[in-house]
Design a protein around this ligand. Sequence first.
Ligand SMILES: [Mn+2]
Length: 266
Amino acid sequence: MNTQFRAVFISDVHLGTKACQAEHLLSFLNRITPPELYLVGDIIDLIEMRKRAYFNDVQQQVVKRILEMAQNGTRVVYIPGNHDAFFRQFCGQQLSGVEIMQQAIHTTADGRRFLVSHGDEFDQMVKVSPVMLAVGDKAHHLMLSLNRHINRVRRWCGRPYWSLAGYIKSHVSKAQEFISRFESAAIKTARNKKLDGYIGGHIHFARFQRQEDILYCNDGDWVEHCTALVEHESGELQLLHWSEQPVLLAREPEHSTLAATPSLAS
Ligand SMILES: [Mn+2]
């Protein structure tokens, strides 16, 4: 796989928890040296760490590798999410060569402008009931631990990584409804700002979605799906799944036709 990327976006790593797939992430980060790396929130799970911290050697190596990339010329932009909101007080500052920002605008090689944010700001617009969130949180923990066991067994059997959460999310209609409301909120925000698209995370569901003029991109997560959004030299965006066998998950929709069509923007 060609790993010469112009920009890389990862989020929802949840360092500090058992669920974090740090080994896969470290193997990915060791393979790339992009000019720009965006850490799109929930990188460290400070909320979970307050209850129970788990920070193993591989997770420490992930942090070390990111700081090393920042030192070696990669522009590292860190946009804190709701699980690492503590770092929002440092927005506008640099820590160890890492730029901390509330949100960013990323311009692709083909001149498109994307709003980059974690995405928890849309929770209000998506209007999920607090009861559903609380139940969801418990169910989510259960699912993460099930997911770990399933993948341990799969590893023994020599099978590649598989996401239980991804399977459930794409098959349960309540989850689908939530995802599509979230996507619409993000798309509306990008449109209001007269941008070409939105890049975010938060809902742990990697996907491209085009609504008319706006391209929505979700870079997924590194607890269930091990996914990254990457921009190639041409400006084309792709979603990758990175585990024992890295695969291209999705190409952005209609990129080739867009590139060939003169811009209609006024
Ligand atoms: Mn989040």
